[in-house]
Every structure is written in C-alpha cells, then in structure tokens.
Design a protein around this ligand. Structure first.
Ligand code: C2E
Ligand code: MG
Ligand code: MG
Ligand code: MG
Length: 279
C-alpha cells in the first residue's frame, strides 16, 4: 500500500516536472519566433542626477508583446533565453538597438547622454563577447564612454581573474561597468574590492526600505558607504517616493531611476520626454 502511494507520488512529481519543462519549451519556441519576427522591443527608463534633477541617461529594458496589450515580463523569458543560448544573438540585438537609440539622442543634441544596457552572464561569458561589443560600437558610431554595461554581482562567482581580464578589456574600449541589483547576490566585500567596475546599482528592495521608520538601519546606507569607500558612483533603482529620493540624496547617493521620475518608454516617447525637460 505504502509502496504504491510512494510510486504514485513520484509519478505525480515527474509529470508535474514534465509539464513545467514542456511549458518552458513552448515559451522558448514562441520567444524564438517572436525574435525572428522582430516582435521584441526596447523601452528606456531615464536616469537622474539626484543633486540637480538633470537627466543623465537611460537604461534599456527588453519587452516582449505576445499580442496587443499583453506583455511577458523579462524575468520570465530571459532565464529561458540564457539556458538555451538564445541570449547570445538576442543580447547582441539589444546592444545594437540600444546603441541606435543612443545615436538618435546624440543627433538630437543630448551629447553627454549615457545608455545603460543589461548583459547576462551567459552572454558575458561567451569568448567572443568583447569583439562583438567592439564591432557593435564601431557600426553604431556611438562613443564608447556613453555606454554602460549592467552585470549582476554573480559574475564574480566565476574565476575572478578571468572576469577582471574581460572587464579590463571592456573598460579599455572606454565602456563603463555597473553592478546591477547590488546587495542581492552572494559576492563578498573582498570580491567587490577586486572587481574593476565604475558604479553600484542599489537594488530596489533596499530602496523600498527607506520609507520605513528607521531608514538608517537598512541596507542602502551600508551600500552607499561601501561605494564611497571604494570610489564607486552609486545609482538607486526603483525610486518611487519623494521620501526615498530625499533619503538617498542626503546619504550621498548620486543618481537614481524609478517610477517617481519616469517609467520605461519607447524611444520616440523618450525623445519627447527629453524635449519637455527643463534646462
Ligand atoms: P533590472 O535591470 O534590475 O531592471 C530594473 C527593473 O525595475 C525593470 O523591470 C524596471 O522596469 C523596473 N522598475 C524601474 N523603476 C521601478 C520602480 O520605481 N518601481 C518598480 N516596482 N519597478 C521599477 P523589467 O523591465 O521588468 O526588467 C526586469 C529584469 O529583466 C531587469 O532587472 C533585468 O535583470 C532583466 N532585463 C531586462 N532587459 C534586459 C536585457 O535587455 N538583457 C538582459 N540580459 N536582461 C534584461
Ligand atoms: Mg539593470
Ligand atoms: Mg537592477
Ligand atoms: Mg532588478
């Protein structure tokens, strides 16, 4: 009796796993189709200098509209793209498209505008990544110094020397590096000190804590102190309230992005939005 129940359970789980795997395959094949049918797009979220309120750049974010008005969030399809290797051509497309957006803004006279682009590890680890980056930069005629790559801190879980060699190659091109979602991964402080990066992005979860009763007890002030200590610029993500903005500014965080300032938007809307900014 017990044995039969056990076997039934195992079957149940393997069937459920099978269904989940099947579901992933299904999403992946429609993602591939959407990619070749050019149904993926980028939206851009402005980044603000806190002290002046000036726009300094934008982060490019991938969007997949499966039918008019229905979007699959990137958190759901990027992991699949990573596991399947699709992230390599997809990531190159993101880079090219974001550079084209940056070129348009530069042509409109926003000379110092910076474009932040997310790069996943599977993409970064590719042996051809740096030469691809170099090629895209040359093709799109944008200044390398206007490009910032966002990597999450789990890159540092790999061999730190290899990572640093690659980061050095990227920075030699003039491209900047930011650590995204900082504080949510497992990298140690000593690893951070060894990594050659330019900026830390304070994760949204820590920014959210700043509305609470004791802002000084949260993680954000620690990350900011760490950034100052390591001579890194800080940018906060997911800033939604005026209290958060003021807190971050008072603590010495230089830059921010979030719904308080603007939502991610298509390039045409960003151009209009920029034109409407004071100064
Ligand atoms: P991320 O790089 O940390 O991007 C920030 C996310 O926070 C974005 O979600 C953005 O829309 C959202 N966000 C911005 N401001 C606020 C706010 O004030 N409140 C709240 N609640 N959310 C805010 P999104 O666009 O859904 O992207 C999720 C993640 O997917 C990104 O997190 C990034 O890890 C990944 N991703 C997006 N585009 C790309 C891409 O082109 N390539 C790669 N490799 N990953 C990407
Ligand atoms: Mg990001
Ligand atoms: Mg982030
Ligand atoms: Mg995030």
């Amino acid at each position: 009796q017990g044995k039969r129940l056990g076997r039934g359970k195992a079957n149940y789980f393997s069937e459920a796993l099978g269904r989940a795997a099947h579901e992933r395959m299904r999403i992946l094949s429609s993602l591939r189709a959407a990619f070749s049918a050019e149904q993926l797009s980028l939206v851009f979220q402005p980044q603000i200098e806190l002290a002046s309120g000036r726009v300094i750049g934008a982060e490019a974010l991938l969007r997949w509209e499966i039918e008019p008005g229905r979007w699959v969030p990137p958190d759901q399809f990027i992991p699949l793209a990573e596991q399947s290797g699709l992230i390599v051509p997809l990531g190159e497309w993101v880079l090219r498209t974001a550079c084209r957006g940056l070129y348009r803004l530069t042509e409109l006279g926003y000379a110092g505008f910076r474009m932040a682009i997310n790069v996943s590890h599977a993409q970064f680890r590719e042996p051809g990544f740096v030469s691809m980056l170099e090629r895209v930069l040359a093709d799109s005629r944008v200044e390398a110094a206007r490009i910032e790559l966002e990597l999450t801190e789990s890159v540092a879980m790999d061999h730190i020397d290899e990572i640093n060699t690659k980061l050095a190659d990227i920075r030699r091109l003039g491209v900047r590096i930011a650590i995204d979602d900082f504080g949510t991964g497992y990298s140690s402080l000593s690893v951070l000190r060894q990594l050659h990066v330019d900026r830390l992005k304070i994760d949204r979860s820590f920014v959210g804590e700043l509305d609470g009763p004791d802002t000084k007890a949260g993680i954000a002030p620690l990350i900011i102190a760490l950034g100052h200590q390591c001579n890194l610029t800080l940018i906060a993500e997911g800033v939604e309230t005026e209290v958060q903005r003021q807190c971050l500014l008072a603590m010495g965080c230089q830059e921010a992005q979030g719904f308080l300032f603007a939502r991610p938007m298509p390039i045409e809307r960003l151009e209009d939005w920029m034109a409407a900014q004071p100064g």
